[in-house]
Design a protein around this ligand. Sequence first.
Ligand code: HEM
Length: 205
Amino acid sequence: MSNYIERFSTSERVLHWIVTVSFFTLLLSGLGLYSRLFSGYFTFFGGGQNAIMIHKMVGVIFFFSSIYMYLNHKKDVSTFDQDDKEWVDKRGGYLSRDAAHFNIGKYNPGQKLFALYIGAATAVLGVTGIFIWVPTFFPRWIVQISLLTHGLFFVGSIMFVIVHVYLATIGNPGTIDAMLYGDVKKTWAKKHHPKWYRETTNENQ
Ligand code: HEM
């Protein structure tokens, strides 16, 4: 009997990595637009004009792939039950030295919040991005509010993503297997997502 269980299909993983590569491309090409302090990053793209063009093109890829990923996850991330409440009350056990056991489904509330934020941020960044893309088409105040909102949601996104990458790698060993290979160890699943493990395998642990 295998010690592994499938967590993500190939298409789910490809979608996640398209979102990830486009996110970091947007980050590098956008930093110089955000502040002159970072204009050195334009050299990665062969100058400011190229960086802006790439930012726009990749922005379209990020928008559609991220919205699609959100719609794929929507069912699993948009409802919170009593077990999730217990996880929130005890801060997921991250602030305690004692071993914590939570009856968590496919995603814990922190992951759900992250996925919901990224879904909302993608919509906001996409809409404000259109106003910034063709500023002469729209009233000045709309473009100015868009510039501010685009920057704020970008800062929020990068903060969330830093925490996400840490928790998905060093913070919780074994988690990255889910996105690299599609399968995770059964012991990992029983520890981090026991309710999802039971529902998926019909085993009573
Ligand atoms: C090097 C960068 C990244 C790594 C190593 C990484 C890793 C992972 C892993 C391992 C999972 C599966 C977690 C699990 O099975 O419980 C996951 C899920 C997910 N990732 Fe990433 N990720 C990265 C970047 C991103 C970026 C840039 C975004 C969005 C902008 C993103 C959005 C998501 C979402 C929405 C999920 C599913 C739900 C969740 O865990 O919140 N990831 N990621």
